[in-house]
Design a protein around this ligand. Structure first.
Ligand code: UFG
Length: 325
């Protein structure tokens, strides 16, 4: 059994992680300032309400938590907003991570799993993005994530803080019991927007461009179930037991779906018609982002349990029909 501090543990992926850690017999301490997370999503361990930007409070929180490892989700998540307000993104995502590393070093904590992103790769140069793809982000969000990866690469030999960066493609879906789910404000992500739309909570959906270089002209993404991402984090923690240093893995299913295919999946799962109109492209959206997950499979033994898009949407729909927060 391990005792794990989960930053951002009141958020979407973080709360699913806490649930999985508890189910595997681990103790959890949530570190979250509740700026984006939800108190009602903190159910599997105590909440220490603390901002990553408050370095002394964070240091104290980590010392008090007496954990063996940290899983670091806390951060700002909107790529478009990062272009409009880069200082916010560098402060929270890079500055917050820097404070966390300093606090870990001071508390003598030696293991970290970090939420990185496919956004570090920028405009893809190959159809399936593996770990050898050049890191060349095109947004402050992606650059901040890449900078944290660099920080971790440097911190491993210097302080003996071993770390795994997990580059998520598109996290989606929800805990099948519908106890927790995806709830952002504002919501920018495609699947929850579509589900809120068919639930009658929001007007027509805009498809951001149908003139991309893809078969139907809409953007292709690799949607991966949130619980499968969490399984990879557990595997990453275990990997660090026998493999010190810094490691990085790309996490996706290796299947790409266009925006129109996601709309069709939402229709198939919910039985409801989606009102969608084509709008202008969204700045910074690559036409296609699909992972090559071979390394995570081979090294971490990661085999997603819910790779089907419809199954992913189905779990999200269960939550959206009766969200608890
Ligand atoms: N889209 C629409 N209409 C919408 C919302 C989204 O057409 O109302 C399109 C987007 O243009 C994109 C696709 O649906 O092509 C998926 O968009 P999301 O906003 O759901 O996800 P992104 O691919 O933009 O971003 C996600 C994560 C980021 C991460 C990025 C790259 O949210 O944190 O993947 O991995 F950086």
């Amino acid at each position: 059994m391990t005792r794990v501090a989960v930053t951002g543990g009141a958020g979407y992926i973080g709360s699913h992680m806490c649930r999985r850690l508890a189910a595997h017999g681990h103790d959890v301490v949530v570190i979250d300032d509740l700026s984006g997370g939800h108190r009602d999503a903190v159910r599997w361990g105590p909440l220490r309400q603390c901002s990553l930007l408050d370095a002394p409070a964070l240091s104290q929180a980590l010392r008090d938590a007496r954990c063996d490892a940290v899983i670091h989700f806390a951060g700002a998540i909107a790529v478009g907003e990062s272009v409009a307000d880069p200082l916010k993104y560098y402060a929270i995502n890079f500055g917050g991570s820097l404070n966390l590393l300093q606090a870990m070093r001071d508390a003598g904590m030696r293991r970290l799993v970090f939420s990185s992103s496919a956004a570090i790769f920028g405009e893809p140069r190959q159809s399936f993005i593996d770990e050898r793809h050049p890191i060349d982000p095109i947004s402050p969000y992606g650059r901040g994530k890449a900078m944290v990866e660099q920080l971790l690469r440097d911190a491993a030999p210097a302080y003996g803080i071993d770390a795994v960066a997990l580059r998520y493609f598109n996290a989606a879906g929800a805990d099948p019991s519908a106890a927790i789910g995806e709830s952002h404000d504002p919501e920018t992500h495609l699947i929850p927007r579509l589900l809120r739309h068919v639930a009658g909570e929001r007007g027509p959906i805009e498809i951001y461009g149908d003139d991309h270089a893809t078969p139907d002209g809409t953007c292709i993404r690799d949607y991966v179930h949130v619980d499968d991402l969490c399984a990879a984090h557990l595997a990453a923690l275990e990997h660090l037991d026998s493999h010190p240093g810094f490691h990085a893995f790309n996490l996706g299913n290796g299947n790409g779906y266009s925006v129109r295919e996601v709309v069709a999946a939402v229709h198939a799962v919910t039985g409801k018609h989606v009102q969608a109109r084509v709008a202008a492209r969204r700045a910074g959206d690559p036409a296609r982002l699909v992972a090559c997950p071979d390394r995570a499979r081979a090294v971490l033994g990661w085999h997603p349990a819910t790779p089907s898009l419809e199954a992913i949407v189905e779990t999200a729909w269960r939550w959206h029909r009766a969200p608890a927060y």
